[in-house]
Design a protein around this ligand. Structure first.
Ligand code: ATP
Length: 197
């Protein structure tokens, strides 16, 4: 009997912190694409971003693990934090492809903000060979029509959850509760570590 390839979603982000918007997107995309697994891949912090919060990687990973406990399809993959910089998505996809070969079909899940920069990434053509690019649209604006028509990207409908990590950090900095916007365990970690103060 022919074996059906495993369908693997790749969901990268800074996740500082991971929040209910991420969980909703990950769940909706996993449903829409019928994924077997969805990998949450915390991104390496850009040393060039002067404004970046100084959350330690181990704390970010702990928060992502907590958020990813929401669904049995979710898996946390820390490879981008473990290899030396610079870190490129194409390298992550090459590694996943090398590990699973034809046994897996890869779907790279991008927010519209990430997709806006896609052509400036390292080797976008190879990224498209290795994975189907799937764009989620948090603004409800849709993907540029020409690209959708050219089938260079797929879009998936997701629930709209108006939450961003930037807003959560601002609330925490102001001493406000963020427990309405992050999973309970993530709120506990933010509190315990006194993040974003
Ligand atoms: P920041 O506010 O720090 O930019 P963020 O909340 O956008 O952070 P990221 O870690 O950058 O979080 O997000 C990872 C991915 O999840 C990105 O592709 C982003 O577009 C997407 N995303 C984040 N929040 C939402 C949301 N509320 N709805 C849909 N997609 C989201």
């Amino acid at each position: 009997m022919k074996r059906v390839a495993e369908r693997i979603g790749i969901f990268g982000g800074t996740f500082d912190p991971p929040h209910n918007g991420h969980v909703a997107v990950a769940t909706d995309v996993a449903d829409a694409l019928d994924l077997d697994r969805l990998l949450w891949i915390p991104a390496r912090r850009s040393p060039l971003k002067a404004q970046a919060p100084d959350t330690p990687d181990r704390v970010r990973v702990e928060m992502v693990r907590s958020a990813a406990a929401a669904d049995r399809r979710f898996v946390v993959d820390t490879r981008e934090l473990e290899r030396p910089p610079p870190s490129y998505t194409v390298d992550t996809l090459e590694a996943l492809h090398a590990e699973s070969g034809d046994e897996a079909e890869l779907f790279l899940i991008l927010g519209i903000d990430q997709y806006a920069d896609f052509d400036r990434w390292r080797n976008p053509a190879r990224v498209r060979e290795l994975a189907t690019v799937v764009v989620i649209d948090r603004e409800g604006r849709g993907v540029p029509e020409a690209e959708a028509a050219a089938h260079t990207v797929r879009t998936v409908p997701v629930r709209r959850v108006d939450v961003s990590a930037t807003d959560i950090r601002a609330s925490a900095a102001a001493g406000a509760s963020v427990s309405d916007r992050v999973p309970a365990k993530v709120a506990q970690i933010i509190e315990r570590e006194r993040l974003y103060r």
